[in-house]
Design a binder for this molecule. Structure first.
Ligand code: ZN
Length: 291
């Protein structure tokens, strides 16, 4: 089952969250018909957004993570609610590159190494809180770590992985984010760095042992306990009404023009692929509702 688990270690000086999201990433792959490299890039971004979104305290808050590099993939967008439920898309889902010499999917090559990572937190206030940093490698996890340090001054380590099976379906997906609280002892950095350096690959751990094993390996030698465990999924909150409001927002004149064509207006949700059709009669009542 897809879920986010949180733990604290070293008397609260270290906080760690891990996610396992095979089903959510498989859902994204299916909706967008992603080739393996694109599926891995989108999957890692969805996992990162979910981990960051799940940390939001406000119930109705949401977080958008955007990655735009100079590679063939174009941009990646992932949106999470405050529970960690995510949705997202990539500009060029058919992107597929040869495997790297070490046998891994070339996510950095697909994303590109020059570009930006932008995080937008919508906390229900008038303006969202937006932060942005330059991409470091396009491998996503390193870029998220750089963002957290540069833009939010939080020292952290992040690993994300998507394992694509031989039949192109997602076999494992997830990762972790570990953060050092202000005032944490220096030696904790060394312990964590050593543990992360020596640990197995994230997708191997998730595939063979499950997310609990990530805590055992990353927090090895530190006393830790699990503080929460919550389910997450690929969820799109789109609806007929929501898109109708979007159509209405084009304004009276444009709407009248649209009705004048006598044709149905059709919209397709970028996140879940669902199609909504609005016949002229319905557009007419949208227009009436504007006055
Ligand atoms: Zn949708």
């Amino acid at each position: 089952m897809d879920r986010i688990i949180r733990a604290t270690a070293a008397s609260g000086a270290v906080k760690m969250a891990a996610i396992t999201a095979r089903d959510a990433v498989e859902c994204a792959r299916t909706i967008h018909h992603c080739a393996p490299t694109a599926a891995a890039a989108l999957g890692r971004t969805l996992c990162a957004a979910s981990l960051l979104g799940n940390a939001l305290k406000e119930e109705d808050a949401s977080l958008t993570l955007r990655i735009r590099g100079d590679g063939p993939l174009g941009g990646i967008t992932a949106v999470s609610d405050s529970r960690g439920n995510v949705r997202g898309y990539v500009d060029e889902p058919e992107t597929d590159l040869p495997l790297r010499p070490d046998g891994k999917l070339d996510v950095g090559g697909a994303v590109g190494r020059v570009g930006t990572l932008t995080v937008s937190r919508d906390l229900g206030l008038r303006e969202p809180y937006i932060g942005s940093t330059a991409l470091l490698s396009g491998e996503i996890a390193e870029d998220v770590t750089a963002y957290l340090l540069e833009s939010e001054q939080v020292p952290s380590a992040c690993a994300l992985g998507v394992l694509v099976d031989t039949d192109a379906t997602i076999r494992a997906a997830g990762g972790f984010l570990v953060q050092l609280m202000p005032g944490a002892e220096e030696r904790l950095i060394d312990v964590l760095e050593e543990n992360i350096f020596l640990m197995d690959q994230v997708t191997t751990v998730l595939d063979e042992d499950g997310p609990e094993e990530l805590f055992r390996q990353v927090l090895k030698g530190l006393e830790h306990h699990i503080v929460s465990e919550e389910p997450m999924a690929y969820v799109c909150p789109c609806s007929r009404e929501r898109f109708a409001r979007g159509i209405a927002s084009i304004g009276r004149e444009a709407l009248e023009e649209l009705i004048g064509t006598g044709e149905d207006a059709e919209v397709r949700c970028r996140f879940c692929g669902k199609r909504y059709v609005y016949p002229p009669s319905e557009l007419r009542s949208l227009l009436d509702s504007l006055s």
